[in-house]
Design a protein around this ligand. Structure first.
Ligand code: HEM
Ligand code: HEM
Length: 171
């Protein structure tokens, strides 16, 4: 059986960004630590996600995604599609809320040495609900991505429909 695949660009971006997201989560810190000792690596990894999601969306819109396998179960296919767009929403909103939180905490952020403007004025106490959304959202994304990965493995190894092959460079 020959399986339709995502474009090479999309496959590379998918796996590179999966690693970046995991690494951003692993390097994240909350609370007072962030003001005293900003997690620079966390900022850098998170920004890389925000930057790379742009070519990923363009590539997708330009036809980098293959057709769904024979749409036997329209509702499930719709759920898969919706799930992917939810992941995209997280890949955009999470770095933006983190950037905002950094501004509220008064922590400067740079990307490859380039100083980025603060999205919010610094405050003395707690950085507010958007920072909380970021902290919780970071972990929610990890759970969603984990669930997504389990579904992909289920498709590949139980339903044996070649789903993982669609996202693989290996023949
Ligand atoms: C996909 C990308 C990202 C993920 C998965 C992520 C995840 C997280 C998580 C889980 C926390 C909470 C850590 C804890 O409470 O122990 C956190 C905190 C934080 N992140 Fe991110 N983050 C991302 C991108 C960014 C970006 C781009 C920035 C900004 C430059 C940023 C700035 C911050 C700040 C300032 C905090 C502390 C917030 C506070 O203490 O209220 N993050 N992040
Ligand atoms: C080990 C972890 C992961 C595995 C095994 C995995 C597997 C897959 C597979 C097999 C597909 C193709 C589904 C299809 O047939 O259309 C896919 C698509 C997708 N995955 Fe993952 N994935 C993982 C992690 C992630 C992470 C961390 C994210 C982002 C938060 C993500 C976001 C997406 C998105 C948005 C799509 C739709 C195609 C696209 O627009 O790039 N995945 N994934």
């Amino acid at each position: 059986m020959t399986t339709a695949r995502y474009s090479k660009t999309m496959i590379v971006l998918h796996w590179v960004m999966a690693v970046l997201i995991l690494a951003a989560w692993l390097t994240s810190e909350g609370g007072r630590h962030v003001r005293e000792n900003p997690p620079v690596l966390h900022f850098w990894l998170g920004f890389s996600v925000l930057v790379l999601v742009i070519p990923r969306i363009i590539s997708r819109l330009l036809g980098g995604a293959p057709e769904m396998e024979a749409p036997r179960r329209p509702l499930l296919d719709l759920a898969a599609r919706a799930g992917h767009w939810v992941l995209y929403a997280f890949m955009i909103l999470l770095p933006l809320t983190g950037w905002y939180a950094a501004g509220r905490l008064g922590v400067p952020v740079t990307f490859f040495g380039l100083p980025l403007p603060a999205l919010a004025a610094p405050v003395q106490g707690a950085p507010g609900w958007i920072a909380e959304v970021h902290e919780t959202g970071g972990t929610v994304l990890l759970w969603l991505a984990g669930f997504h990965a389990v579904l992909a493995l289920w498709h590949q190894f139980v339903l044996r429909d070649g789903t993982l092959t669609r996202m693989s460079l290996v023949r």
